[in-house]
Design a protein around this ligand. Structure first.
Ligand code: SF4
Length: 294
């Protein structure tokens, strides 16, 4: 008897859900709508929205646009994006996630408050990631981004240091980096860290680990570009080596399901529920076809 569960806690976080809802509402009105960057790190969901009329553009194309509507996705944008909108008469539908927006404001405030002091802001995150670019933008581009303890030498130990994390990093990874920076920065200087990991990701860590442990075989459905996807996938793998990442049902390896009685399907905050359901359906169809052949 084959049992297949979809993890209740996997799927879009509220930031992504809101951005997609805003896009759908606008598209329903029949209006042309551009989105600056992929609305979600999931190519299949992006394709679905493209079919509804959403046009994804990059920053170079954005600079050339005039007199139209542009949606800003949950990751947020640096101040330059808003300045361009003003110059080019662009109407923004700002779907920046409130958690990211609050973090941008906190960083901007700290940067402005400490102006004139010998200070630096450090962001633990993925260099070049859209959210990180938005955060760095709050500091006139001056914040130092580090991805791991190995990059600690990019930080000046003789400056007051204020540390923040990209919202989708793991709490453990952040604590590790913060501890190393506090050791590294001169004891004569201020060195403060702020909790900025998003609860939507942090709270899923335990749950998803338990879910992975509870199944013989797990398919982790997630786009390759998802930052929290990497973290949640690694958490699953640490609890169950029989976890396999796929982007869509087309990538399912049915040979893995042979002789297995319990299969789990889970994903990241950028994975649509309907995609996990399609995976479940594909496994059931394959299972039934096999039985009919027997
Ligand atoms: S993971 Fe958290 S911060 Fe990022 S979009 Fe979702 S709710 Fe917002």
């Amino acid at each position: 008897m084959l049992n297949i569960d979809i993890d209740d806690n996997s799927g879009f976080c509220f930031g992504v859900t809101t951005a997609i809802r805003k896009a759908e509402e606008e598209l329903k009105k029949g209006n042309r709508l551009y989105c600056l960057g992929d609305i979600v790190h999931n190519s299949i969901e992006c394709e679905r929205l493209k079919r509804l009329g959403l046009t994804t553009i990059d920053h170079a194309q954005y600079r050339e646009l005039h007199n139209t509507k542009v949606l800003l996705r949950a990751h947020g944008e640096p101040p330059t994006t808003y300045a361009i909108a003003k110059e080019n008469n662009l109407e923004l539908i700002d779907a920046t996630c409130p958690v990211v927006l609050k973090l941008q404001q906190r960083i901007k405030k700290k940067w402005e408050e400490t102006e004139g002091h010998n200070r630096q802001i450090v962001i633990y995150g993925q260099a070049g990631h859209a959210e990180v670019l938005g955060l760095v933008g709050q500091t006139d581009g001056e914040a130092i981004v580090i991805e791991s303890v190995e990059q600690i030498e990019n930080i000046d130990p003789q400056k007051d240091t204020y540390i923040y994390s990209q919202t989708t990093k793991s709490k453990e990874g952040y604590s590790h980096v913060v501890a190393a920076i506090k050791e590294y920065v001169s004891k004569e200087r201020i060195c403060e860290s702020f909790n900025s990991v998003c609860g939507q990701v942090a709270n899923r860590m335990n749950d998803i680990g338990n879910f992975a442990k509870a199944h013989q075989l797990v398919f982790f459905v997630c786009g390759k570009k998802s930052s929290n996807g990497k973290i949640l996938y690694n958490e699953c793998r640490s609890k169950n080596p029989n976890v396999h990442q796929i982007e869509s049902p087309d990538e399912l390896d049915f040979s893995l399901t042979q002789g297995v009685e319990s299969i789990g399907i889970c994903g990241a905050t950028s994975t649509p529920k309907w995609l996990m359901e399609n995976c479940k359906e594909a496994i059931i169809n394959n299972h039934n076809n096999k039985k009919n052949e027997e």
